[in-house]
Ligand binder design. Sequence first.
Ligand code: FAD
Length: 622
Amino acid sequence: MFQQEEYDLIVVGAGHAGCEAAAAAANLGSKVLLVTMNMNTIAQMSCNPAMGGVAKGQIVREIDALGGQSGLITDRTMIQFRMLNRSKGPAMWSPRAQSDRMRFAEEWRLTLEQIPNVDFWQEAVTGLLIENDACVGIRTALGIEFRSKTVVLTNGTFLNGLIHIGEKNFGGGRAAEKNSRGITEQLLELGFEAGRMKTGTPPRVDGRSLDYSKMEVQDGDANPSRFSYLDTPPLTGQRPCYITYTNERVHNILREGFEKSPMFQGRIKGLGPRYCPSVEDKINRFADKDRHQIFVEPEGWSTVECYVNGFSSSLPEDVQYRALREIAGFEKAKMFRPGYAIEYDFFPPTQLTNTLETKPVRNLWLAGQINGTTGYEEAACQGLMAGINAHQRAHDKPAFTLRRDEAYIGVLIDDLINKGTDEPYRMFTSRAEHRILLRQDNADLRLTPLGHALGLASDERLARVRQKEADTAAALAVLANFGIELADINPFLVAHGSAEIHEKTRALNLLRRPNIELPELTAALPALAEKLAAFGAEAQEQAIIQTKYETYLQKEQQQAQRMRELENFVIQGRLNYGAMPALSHEAREKLLKIQPETLGQASRISGVSPADVSVLMVYLGR
Ligand code: FAD
């Protein structure tokens, strides 16, 4: 036997999903083997050097609140931070960081190496060991077999990956890396369905060859925040990004390359990410637009390489190069690497349970891009949930799931397993019907107690949450009790376009008004500022949000409660939906395929109407 140990969990792939899976399971106490093709590319950011953004930033906060690593690693390695959508309501606020690509990967590897029960093995996994419909280990290209109680597959874009640049194509999992063969073929034999997707990336250029004076500067926030709820060191310096635009000359050159485009000539069969289109796709689909925005993003603190966000392309490299050089500021640009597209296999996620375990094979979990998603954050949160659940299974502990009203992570998994996806799935705030409850400011309040009960979130995290809750309640009490005289406040109210008061009032009542904000109010009322100073900024923020959005929050909570009631109605065993003629034909088909575990889950399957849910309720004796 070769270097053999009894593993609780084997994680295949050390991308964003695999790293979170391995760290979570090992931190919970599992003995983990992380097998990856190339240990020099652990936690590689395949595409843009950035974490977070709209809805994705909320996911990173949720990972952190549960005790995952992505937020901590982002904080330690970011070069710029911005809170997006600050001008909108708090449900839309979304943290985004520009990362140091090399430092991010290095920090992940160091983090994993510091967890004593993570072992590493560098090799390609070519097959799974299956006994009695359960996965019991893996086989590598060298023919080595490693056994374990559970396996998590996180192969990303590597399964039969095919890279396209113009008319050239070659096998690869990512630029300069081999693809992975064998796993898809075996899973197909085991009865899985597989599909094909595609994604693409822009060229990288030499920052020394760019003329930034022709571009707009995009600085980070003046007071940068962070992702983790723990005290990670604040950013002291930041690197700016730059904005420039394509133009008609750029578009004309790109159009000349269309006849060699693998996408337009039909050589790429897989569907790509709708919201991250290639530049050729943009000029083709939006022919009336005479320019498209380009963000020039530095790749790190100490490299000259820049990422050309908005210029993803699989046109021939010479076409990319000539077109780039027509962009303002890029006249003398030197290219380091061309953009390319990649096609890869994925497994429709309707084949998974709500823990991401596969239905056909027990003790096997799939997480990340292999499930048809796109994005580091979407991958990382699936890895975290798969790692937690594989650990739970290996130790005969109950499954751990999150509801749609508890976390974006819950929304993502619920969408995947019930609706499936035929194009790369990315998270948006609009996918979460309870988004006002799922804010970046309260992921710790929502999830840290759950992560702590599991044993993943530390005592320190829970203590911070309890302190924040106590401070918020105390700050609310101060606001509710602080009496304000007419003479003290009416000039302030008039100056802020708010109606005068005619009798003494409390601070809380004024804060409920739309154009009265706490910083201005406390500036006008130093005694109030003094009383609130005892509480941290986060608690004050909670108090304001809970005051200003009280009615919306209550309404949302009631709706979530109604959904939970359906969720509590468990469907025991497999039902023969085919023998329920009152169901629509489509509902019967989908219910038979997905076999939902609760009435709530049944109600969210696309094709199952409210009328079908009523039929099910009658059938189930409700
Ligand atoms: P990956 O990060 O791909 O990691 C997979 C890991 O598995 C790697 O470490 C690999 O070495 C390992 N591995 C694979 N097969 C085996 C095997 N058989 N044995 C051992 N190890 C194996 N996301 C966006 O949000 N927007 C974009 O525009 C975008 N563009 C992209 C463009 C390109 C060209 C690529 C490659 C990816 C792009 N992505 C984009 C996707 C983003 O990179 C992924 O969503 C994210 O990295 C997925 O994480 P993952 O952990 O699932 O897989």
